[in-house]
Design a protein around this ligand. Structure first.
Ligand SMILES: NC(=O)c1ccc[n+]([C@@H]2O[C@H](COP(=O)([O-])OP(=O)(O)OC[C@H]3O[C@@H](n4cnc5c(N)ncnc54)[C@H](O)[C@@H]3O)[C@@H](O)[C@H]2O)c1
Length: 279
């Protein structure tokens, strides 16, 4: 998508963090933006803040885990702006725990938001983009956790691997309709994401404010020292303009990824050396 000016962008998880920064950046490039988030209060604040910068902005409360909610948000976007071209499936939550001690309701919670939420965005908006016939772009927010395993946050990693694999699969399928696809894979970014750790079903009813304020096993420190979300958003929007598929943000992660790739190739080589399945 080379020209963002005058296009319409729909962004989930847009009331804060990376989603809000993406909205700001897209608006600064001349896009009209529909902010979607499950938090009505934060959403109104975000809409006000963005409008005060001169942006053409609207907002809609949307829970990405609900197909009906996503459909209503799409209709609200068309109602406000008439069209939609850029769909940012960004809403997400963190989730960790030790294997054998993770309640299945928490597993379902993280997969519902981080994976099914993205699928809802793609399923609802693809026919709209196709019918418009003006091309478009999907930006799906994954994570560095979608590229390699990480102990302690296995459910989050599983959800983000799904987003990367899903996005890779969509890339070729969207070509015929001139719809680009990108997957954003950041390392730690300075946002409020760590607080959502306490929204998981098994904790939500019992956790108290002092416990929340202590943070979650140091994750909050990593996030607080993370990259500036505005810098991530600027780079991501430049990558949309170049139709770049993988959007990485932390150069130092390349070495870890290279080590993972080398380990995979080494195990393939062991199979080839063994020779038992060779034709
Ligand atoms: N912050 C990081 O270090 C980091 C790193 C890699 C990837 N990410 C990913 O970036 C994305 C944005 O996270 P962030 O860091 O900006 O966090 P954030 O908590 O600031 O923003 C996430 C937003 O998503 C919204 N949200 C949560 N559940 C929702 C639902 N069911 N429906 C609609 N909206 C919902 C929240 O209300 C919030 O406004 C997530 O997908 C996250 O996994 C974050």
């Amino acid at each position: 998508m080379t020209d963002i000016n005058g296009r319409v962008a729909f962004i989930t998880g847009a009331a804060s963090g990376i989603g809000y920064s993406l909205a700001k950046t897209l608006a600064a490039r001349g896009a009209k933006v529909m902010l979607a988030d499950k938090s009505a209060e934060n959403l109104l604040q975000a809409e006000d803040d963005l409008r005060n910068t001169g942006a053409d902005v609207a907002s809609v409360v949307c829970d990405v885990t609900s197909l009906d909610s996503m459909k209503a948000a799409a209709q609200a976007t068309l109602g406000s702006f008439g069209k939609v071209h850029i769909v940012v499936n960004n809403a997400g939550v963190p989730m960790g725990g030790k294997p054998g001690r993770i309640p299945m309701e928490d597993w379902r919670w993280v997969l519902d938001i981080n994976v099914i939420g993205v699928a809802h965005g793609v399923e609802v908006f693809t026919p709209i983009l196709q019918a418009q016939g003006e091309g478009g772009h999907f930006l799906n927010t994954a994570s560095m956790a979608g590229l390699m395993g990480q102990a302690g946050v296995a459910p989050y990693v599983a959800s983000k691997f799904a987003v990367v694999g899903y996005s890779e699969s969509l890339r070729d399928e969207m070509l015929a309709d001139n719809i680009g696809v990108s997957v954003l894979c950041p390392g730690y970014v300075k946002t409020g994401i760590h607080s959502a750790m306490f929204d998981r079903p098994s904790l939500k009813a019992t956790i108290d404010e002092p416990a929340k304020n202590k943070g979650y096993k140091g994750m909050d420190k990593l996030i607080k020292n993370g990259m500036d979300p505005d810098a991530i958003a600027n780079w991501a929007v430049e990558c949309i303009e170049k139709n770049q598929f993988y959007i990485f943000t932390h150069p130092e992660i390349r070495d870890d990824y290279a080590a993972r790739s080398a380990a995979i190739l080494s195990d393939f080589d062991a199979l080839i050396d063994d020779g038992r399945f060779s034709s």
